[in-house]
Design a protein around this ligand. Sequence first.
Ligand SMILES: [Zn+2]
Length: 237
Amino acid sequence: MTYNSKKDVTTTWIPKTEIGRKVINGEITSIKEIFDKGLKIREPEIVDYLIPEIKEEIIYLGGVPGKGGGKKRTPVRVTTRMHQSGRKRTLRALAAVGNENGLLGLGYASGLDARTAIEKAQKKAKLNIMTIRRGCGSWECSCSTAHSIPFKSQGNRGAVTVDLIPAPKGMGLVVANEAKKLMKLAGIKDLWSKSRGPTQTRLNFIMAIMNAFEKLNKLKVMDNDKKSVGLLEGIKE
Ligand SMILES: [Zn+2]
């Protein structure tokens, strides 16, 4: 079952974890509290409850030959393998969630049908939600607002390397289409990117971007620099 609004969650959710119970009792009132305490979210409903404005996107992983060559992107990737009982199909989906304001999560899951794979991926994405550092690290701009990222960051996954580079206001998202979904969910409006390696493997490409965001989060920043790049740590209080 997927929940689409806070109202749905409040009427149907019976928490199974301590954190879930604290959320429903009002002892925990924001996702920031969970991050600050370093708690691990084990129920997707916690995210639905605390971030009612949460949005979901499916990152298209699959591809079928399109008309006139090229590939037509499809939501799930299908793999088939032979099994004693015959041909066995597995569907894999990649989903992202975010609040378009500094929070982003990614989930990857498989299932025997597309719907199951997508729902599982969406739930995992919620469990993996994290803050994204935003700012303006563009030397052409230096407006000190959070429309881009504060510093350049490089991420890797498999043989894929992706550089995320701060861009000036109004530049827009100069990234591949599927990656744009991540940026929009995170609330990043202007960004350049460069990638190397087999980026047609969408899963590795998207995971490399998440790796770049994780590295950006770990970067030690001096107080003076925080101001000059307009660093915004995820969410405003
Ligand atoms: Zn700027």
